[in-house]
Design a protein around this ligand. Sequence first.
Ligand SMILES: Cc1cc2nc3c(=O)[nH]c(=O)nc-3n(C[C@H](O)[C@H](O)[C@H](O)COP(=O)(O)OP(=O)(O)OC[C@H]3O[C@@H](n4cnc5c(N)ncnc54)[C@H](O)[C@@H]3O)c2cc1C
Length: 467
Amino acid sequence: MQYAKVNEKIIKRLKQIVGPTNVLTDPEALENYSHDETPLYSAMPEVVIKCTSTEQVAEVMQAAHEYRIPVTPRGGGTCLSAGAVPVHGGIVLSLEKMTKIQEIDKDNMMAIVETGIVTEQLGKELAKHGLFFPPDPVSLDSCTIGGNIAECAGGPRAMKYGVTRNYITGIVAVLPDGTIAKIGGKLLKNVTGYDLMNLIIGSEGTLAIVTEATIRLLPRPKIVVDLLIPFVCVEDAMNFTVELLHTDITPAAIEFMEGDVVRMVSKYLGRELPYQNANAHTIVEIDGNDKNRVRTMYDRIGDIAMKFGALDVLVGESVRDREKIWEPRKKIGDTLKDLTKNVTREDLVVPKKQIPRLISQLKNCAKNYGATVYAFGHLGDGNIHADVSIEKSKQVSPSEIDKMRREMYEITISLGGTITAEHGIGLSKIPYLRIAVDDKQIELMKKIKAVFDPYEILNPGKIFPDS
Ligand SMILES: Cc1cc2nc3c(=O)[nH]c(=O)nc-3n(C[C@H](O)[C@H](O)[C@H](O)COP(=O)(O)OP(=O)(O)OC[C@H]3O[C@@H](n4cnc5c(N)ncnc54)[C@H](O)[C@@H]3O)c2cc1C
């Protein structure tokens, strides 16, 4: 596809739409928008614009459509598949100023929000009303609801509460030609024609820019308790999880960190962590409204854990103790960034009983390339993050990284899994889509893209091989 360059005339038009202060062209400012959190990927935009309303987004898309300029939507820039990298230059359209909560409808348990709002900020506002939006990506202090919708983000609580898709009942979406589409509403059931909203959710900003979302809410659980349960090995942690999920207790989360990860975090934090010599650490979160019931639940979880060889069961009831339990899990990204050379951050998913086999095969695979796998993630739903690092002083060629990644994906698929659970294909997994999805399905997806965006101006160069 041939794209036009952003020239003075186009800059002038963009300034008329969003105002001069919301148009950035200074290279230093542009650099901040040239990458997301994916290692190794970046590309400079020609201009960044910050919209403040759906109508502005629509006008920008009309202009981009008319001139054939690529547009990359952007929320918090925490993407881990390089989806927010403007690989064809053009316009980065940031929603960072669209943060209004339009309505919190307590009777219908719905909220309507602009999608640039940071996920944690929305959670804090809802808590004031005793309400709860469960999806909790670990990046929630900086990612946005728009990015969560585009990636169909999950998080630790997905195992009990599901992912972003399960809470969105309506969207306002700006299509690539600038048309504003209002889809759904405060409706818990809706089968009126094809489900375009759910096609747009998880489409990684390639079909439409979502500017507003109607969100289904739950009552906020009054009591939340976290348990830190270290095990000697991953198998014991997995057997414990399988047994626990057969009981009538549904934990909100069962998270996992392998021993090597915990020891690295300890090094990064500069202090010893509890049971850091254990090889598998689980964090089990339980919630509810009745103190005695929650206590009975965690006593039973403790008994099951001990039966499967747990080294201890540490209980965090206060906010402070819970934060202490979660701290190592939340610091993994920073730790590995700081102490190692991260060559790829994988987001694999397998039927959960296969997790020990997956981790051990990935580790062997990486070792053959002089790399180390640091595994952690969401034990409760089979979604394991495998950050692959090499020592800072070492080099691995791009072709070797490519070969290693292919092997890792083939291992995952041979265990009944797939190559991304919540981070998306974006730019970084394009060469591997065909390992996981057959040509016929890719053709169908490309036709859908062409119907929405015949000139390929919206987030081009993402998802599809040869895009
Ligand atoms: C430390 C860390 C922990 C993480 N933990 C998790 C986790 O637990 N679970 C999880 O699912 N993910 C996780 N992520 C990945 C990431 O945070 C999520 O994918 C998040 O949803 C991205 O939101 P964002 O606002 O940062 O989007 P961005 O990075 O800005 O964009 C992501 C994609 O969405 C598109 N996009 C953004 N806004 C819109 C919009 N309004 N309309 C249309 N398209 C849009 C962009 O073009 C891009 O393709 C983590 C990332 C980091 C760095």
